[in-house]
Ligand binder design. Structure first.
Ligand code: ARG
Length: 468
């Protein structure tokens, strides 16, 4: 009675006494998202088939038929002609069924010594590996765009902030280089993740390995893996790489989000440090005057979904006993969406950064407010023999007097300054004003990692060399 249920289009009906309900089919199927793995599934199958033939587990004729059939299916997928069937649950069974429809029995032999468990683990690794390579290139493009802008503004002065209060003058180029550092670390994390995940699960079969005389190293080499997963149970159940990638992606988004927050702030008319090209902004449906930085705002918002995916994947794995469980099918959508979000965001940001126009006058005016060179005055006194704490106190006193008068330190005459700071008056010479200027302040921070234009240019050259 089971045989009548084993009708075309159902994957394993012979074992079952009743068909799956439509609701359960929809619930358990993954084809409408994992069809995205189609071409890589074929690549994995071809490597597996070549190994089966080399090991004389299937015939050369079968291999030739499988290759011919897969070439046809690849074309069908690329042209959008393959009809994906919900009844066939996932990408693997859809492709296998299509192959068998095209070439007959040879198609039925492809799955010898293999399970969908090691098949899907292989497919995702192949897929993510390629995506990581793309993300590394996009990060390089973004870093280049930021370096170009930093180079133009290696000497453009802006206020540096702590607690969002004016702290000390920095150059805009230096500020941008901070983000280049972040995106450089992100690149390293992506490459690191790729290195650790580049091992072949195939051969693990369902969980315990297989009794056929397979050659896993052959398949690993064929697919460009650095080696094979050493334990079959781990091979089919490990999703560390998905979590590691998503954690790295979450950090990319953290950095993008911090940059976004600054872009929004800098573009606000109250600040007015930059303008973002119109093509990255939107207007308001009611307020005709508005030009809103929607792209950075959205990127800041989308960061949340990647964080969510990271938490989702961690939670997905935490309760699973070894080895494969169907839970693992839930790895794909968060992973796909994390990749899509990061890829789109990086692409847009590289273009948007290149389209930023800077308003040095507004930056300079802001740096002149808030006593940004007070530390420089303290350092001046220290260099003339005062202990730093005493210098700090003396300058704090001078700042307070200036606040009351509504002027800046640099506005004081030498006589005024000496009169205001009687205890240290003897230490203050004419040259003090060189230290109080914005230019003097940034030029003095002339060591590796400092904001002096000379150092910024050196750092840009070093970063460019690292990108080459
Ligand atoms: N679609 C499944 C997944 O994504 C493939 C593996 C299914 N294996 C199984 N034994 N149900 O994980």
């Amino acid at each position: 009675m089971t045989s009548q249920l084993h009708k075309k289009g159902e994957a394993w009906s012979a074992r079952f006494n009743e068909p799956m309900s439509d609701l359960v089919k929809r619930y358990t199927s993954s084809v409408f998202f994992d069809k995205r793995l189609g071409l890589l599934d074929i690549q994995g199958s071809l490597a597996h088939a070549a190994m089966l033939a080399a090991q004389e587990i299937i015939s050369q004729d079968d291999l030739a038929a499988i290759r011919g059939g897969m070439a046809q299916i690849r074309g069908e997928i690329e042209r959008g002609e393959l009809e994906w069937k919900l009844d066939l649950e996932d990408v693997h069974l859809n492709i296998e069924a299509r192959l068998t429809a095209l070439i007959g029995d040879a198609g039925k032999r492809l799955h010898t010594g293999r399970s969908r468990n090691d098949q899907v683990a292989t497919d995702i690794r192949l897929w993510l590996r390629a995506e990581i390579d793309g993300i590394v290139l996009l990060l390089a493009t973004l870093r280049r765009a930021m370096l170009d802008l930093a180079e133009q503004h290696a000497a453009t002065i802006m206020p540096g902030f702590t607690h969002l209060q004016v702290a000390q003058p920095v150059t805009f180029g230096h500020h941008l280089l901070a983000y280049v550092e972040m995106f450089t670390r992100d690149t390293g994390r992506m490459q690191d993740c790729r290195k650790r995940m580049n091992y072949l699960p195939l051969g693990a079969a369902a969980l315990a390995g297989t009794s056929y005389p397979i050659d896993r190293h052959f398949v690993a080499k064929e697919l460009g893996f650095d080696g094979i997963c050493a334990n079959s149970l781990d091979a089919v159940s490990d999703r560390d790489f998905a979590i590691e990638f998503t954690a790295a992606a979450a950090l990319v988004m953290t950095h993008v989000s911090r940059l976004s927050e600054e872009l929004v702030l800098w573009m606000s008319p109250r600040v007015g440090f930059i303008d973002i090209a119109d093509r990255f902004c939107t207007g308001s449906s009611i307020m005709p005057q508005k030009k809103n930085p929607d792209v950075p705002e959205l990127a800041r918002g989308k960061t949340g979904r990647v964080y969510g995916h990271l938490m989702g994947l961690l939670t997905l794995m935490k309760g699973q006993p070894l080895a494969y469980n169907k839970d693992n099918q839930e790895d794909k959508e968060p992973l796909f969406d994390s990749v899509d979000t990061v890829v789109d965001t990086l692409r847009i940001f590289a273009e948007m950064v290149a389209g930023i126009s800077v308003k040095p006058d507004a930056m300079r005016a802001a740096a002149l407010q808030g006593f940004a060179t007070a530390t420089d005055l303290a350092d001046y006194l220290v260099k003339r023999g005062l202990a730093f704490r005493d210098a700090h106190e003396a300058v704090a006193h001078a700042v307070r007097i200036c606040v009351d008068r509504g002027c800046d330190l640099a506005d004081l005459s030498l006589e005024q300054m000496r009169a205001d700071l009687p205890n240290v008056a003897a230490l203050i010479g004419d040259d003090v004003f060189d230290y109080l200027t914005l230019e003097g302040s940034i030029a003095s921070r002339n060591h590796p990692g400092g904001t002096a234009p000379e150092q910024v240019r050196k750092a840009i050259a070093a970063a460019r060399a690292g990108l080459a």
